[in-house]
Design a protein around this ligand. Sequence first.
Ligand code: MG
Length: 377
Amino acid sequence: MTTTAIIVAAGRGTRAGGALPKQWQPLHGRPVAAHAMERLAAHPAIAGLVLVLHPDDMKTALWPRVPASTVVAGGQTRAASVQAGLAAVPEGTTQVLIHDAARPLVSQAVIDRVLAALENHAGAAPALAVTDTLWHGADGRVTGVQDRDGLFRAQTPQGFHLEPLRAAHAQSTGDETDDVAVARAAGLDVAIVAGDETNMKITTPEDFARAERLMGNQMDIRCGNGYDVHRFGPGDHVWLCGLKVPHTRSLQGHSDADVGMHAVTDAIYGALGMGDIGQHFPPSDAQWKGAASHIFLEHAVQLAAQHGFSISNVDCTLVCEHPKVGPHQAAMKAVMGSYMGLHSDRISVKATTSERLGFTGREEGIASIATVTLVKP
Ligand code: MG
């Protein structure tokens, strides 16, 4: 048996909200369809994937981000789209699994059960028995109770032997809502196998949140780096990691020139993929002249929180010959932690000289590099 999976992604479903059809909206940062396709591609019994797209999507940059051996344009109806997929399966295919691109959480176990049932049936599909009481209703009132005995909620992938399904589709009216209906209309025997409650179909905006929760243990971890340099000028102190440190010169800059805090702030923006200090607080804007740099840091921390991230740890290195940082390390960690809402044991501030080499070695300025890790549970 050679199995090809056909992923039907030609729908325009916009009940999920947003400008894009739901299968192209991001779930954990990647298109919904990409999750579905990767799960099918990862199954050892599936030899290839055929992706059926809406004709309007054939030219967009969306679908190349998902792995497909063949990409074809769908038709006006779901049945027509499946038929386009069936016509495109690779030579040698003997059975197909037809899957809805809006079901990103399909498990290997569900696929196993469908494939096992195909050994004895022309078709097989996962479903869940209805456990809620079902009502008839009209005008906001219950008008009757439906016996739920023998009722199932259908899922995908729906599996079929290729030739009988092709023959069934040749007789399709085009009105069927899934391939089981097409197969049954042609008299094919379709087995029900156990579905999975997590194999949900994304339909509404709430479904995205639920799917992300179900993917839950796939924590989103981000790493970002930042680098900054400020030159020395006349003065009697420098600001380093939120601390005013007496020195024979001062660092020059549009703000208070806190080179360490700037590197940490840029590392947070970097982890979020959201620009840098210069973009959020343009030097051309007079209101940031002489600004205390914790304004920038607090903004970056807030932006991370707004996107569901907390800061796991910070590591900042200052590169200078003088002033000596060691005596101030503990105070710097404490003050940085207070701006970030982070215990100081998750913050590292350390320093190195550059062996008197280069601009830092000649004491023309101070450089700083920083790394942060953001975590979204
Ligand atoms: Mg700077």
